[in-house]
Design a protein around this ligand. Structure first.
Ligand code: HEM
Length: 205
């Protein structure tokens, strides 16, 4: 069913506002003392949560289009991916600035000695080329095939984000488990579509 033109025009501003809301909410809580006894940890963790959520929402949009036939999910996919990067950058900034006070030698020691920080950093590094090549000009420069191949890194980033979460929780695995199940379903869907596509190509030959 085609989307009414007013909904089409409002889609991106509405999604943009929704994606920005958690940062504004956490900022407001930080300024009003609403982040609890350990506000720095709450802020770092909150931003990490939203980075992972937006990463998974971004991955869910293509399956959503495949299942429903709606066109709008892919129209906001790039924006949601960039918001995942935005929250990951805020998460990292919160750790570097508020948690470690720019103590680069302590940060370096953390990266080497605490495996969950190593995995978090690797995940963040994987997100950089995705954010940097998100413009139309970069899609044209790289060519569709190469761009698509590069953007498969988003699955590695999803695995890295979930793994990072598993590694840092000490006892209660329920929350990272929910993310792991969602990610496994999205990866499963992706594998099934690739297998089906290959089978169809072979039949056509
Ligand atoms: C850039 C490098 C990264 C560093 C240095 C880092 C560091 C941290 C730290 C210090 C915590 C809090 C641990 C604690 O309080 O015990 C944390 C939690 C978390 N991080 Fe990261 N992280 C990084 C990248 C990422 C990325 C890229 C993602 C998502 C894609 C992510 C998602 C999370 C999640 C979901 C949590 C747990 C939040 C919760 O407990 O609810 N992190 N990270």
């Amino acid at each position: 069913m085609p989307m009414p033109s007013i909904a089409k025009r409002l889609l991106k501003p509405a999604v943009f506002t929704l994606c920005l809301a958690p940062a504004l909410w956490m900022g407001a809580l930080a300024f009003t003392g609403g982040l609890g006894a350990n506000p720095i940890e709450a802020l770092t963790r909150g931003m990490g949560d939203w980075a992972l959520r937006f990463l998974l929402v971004g991955l869910a949009l293509t399956p959503l289009k495949g299942i429903t036939g709606w066109g709008w999910p892919v129209r906001v996919r790039r924006m949601i991916g960039l918001f995942a990067f935005f929250y990951a950058a805020l998460h990292l900034s919160s750790y570097v600035v508020l948690d470690q006070f720019f103590d680069w030698s302590a940060i370096w020691k953390d990266i080497i000695k605490r495996p969950y920080i190593t995995v978090g950093m690797a995940t963040f590094i994987a997100l950089i080329p995705l954010a940097a090549t998100s413009t139309n000009a970069m899609v044209r420069r790289l060519g569709g095939r190469r761009w698509k191949m590069l953007h498969r890194l988003v699955y590695a980033a999803g695995i890295g984000g979930v793994f990072h979460f598993f590694m840092l929780v000490k006892a209660d695995l329920r929350e990272p488990m929910i993310y792991a199940v969602v990610l496994a379903a999205l990866l499963g869907w992706r594998i099934v579509t690739i297998v089906r596509k290959n089978a169809a190509t072979e039949r056509a030959i």
